[in-house]
Ligand binder design. Sequence first.
Ligand SMILES: Cc1ncc(COP(=O)(O)O)c(C=O)c1O
Length: 387
Amino acid sequence: MKDDTKLIAAGRPHPRHAHPVNTPVERASTILFPTYDDYLEGVKTINYGRLGTSTHRALEEAITALEGGFETRLAPSGLQACTAAILSFVGAGDHVLMTDAAYDPTRKFCENFLKRFNVDTTFYEPTATGEEISALMRPNTKVVFVESPGSLTFEVQDIKAISAAAHEGGAVVIADNTWSGGYFCKPIALGADVSIQAGTKYLAGHADCLIGSITSANEQAAKKIYYGLLQLGSNVSADDAYLTLRGMRTLGPRLRRHEESALDLVKWLSKRSEVASVIHPALKTCPGHTVWKQDFTGASGLFAAVLKPVPLAGLKAFFNALKLFGIGFSWGGFESLCVEVRPEKYRTVTPWKAEGPVIRFHAGLEDTDDLKNDLVNAFTAMGQAVK
Ligand SMILES: Cc1ncc(COP(=O)(O)O)c(C=O)c1O
């Protein structure tokens, strides 16, 4: 089946003589077993609320189908999907290779939390080749983490080459696949052992819930993730699982529209005199563009523009004049957003050298003529503020 069919057919209620189209919200702490035999059977599947009900199982089934994996487990946020996945594979004395373009809280988890447990992290250049990764591997390297493209600076990573190098050295590859929504990129097919998503973004798609998914490529990885989450005591609300599965039904058409609108805005912004450069994986100038062409079937709605240097008063006027673009973190909902980001504050291996401010845009589902008008007003206000 193609993705668009899987997104509709997977994780639906199991056949009964009549049933609703969507798997209903099933909230529970206690699960009751009618008989001792049912109890023995239930212990293997659904047995205690914290481990999920049929609502969670349905969502997991749908994400597994989309990602092309062996099994999916849910986490209460995208960040916990990242941290729990890493924790499931490391112990004291181990070493992690982490992309320098990682989502900042994932990075901080390594720098602060893992360090306290004597797990060392080396950050690596996001466009590293397989050989470069091999050179950084240590005998105790257990995890190579990729985020492709990086969600602030959009370098596309060679997951295939990185996976080969990691496996050669005995490490697993965990990929943050949030940007592609699991629709435009399949890290597991490229060699990753685990593909995680902040389902908060495109899977849920309506900016109203937080959730994470961890999809394992094989049974071995799935067992580690299962026990990792179990022992951390993770739980996801059935309502959020329901909302996410509901959102997934329209993932394909939404993502194609986000893609189209983002590309339209990229083209338009590239011609503005206020803009120094635009960073989007579909542009030849984007680091890793050739990998994107090879490994992705499309692009989502998140990208960045580097403005020419502008005084703070101008930047403030720009943001304050916006009516349609919301100023906010997170992304992947139906609405357009923009926010100033500061890659120079985070990176250590590949210093960020752009002179002007970096604005990260999320192209929502509004008409792009209206979005461009909103930006024209904002650029005009910026110009007036610094005249
Ligand atoms: C690439 C990426 N991964 C993970 C996360 C964390 O997701 P959540 O906000 O659901 O914890 C984010 C959030 O912005 C993100 O952009």
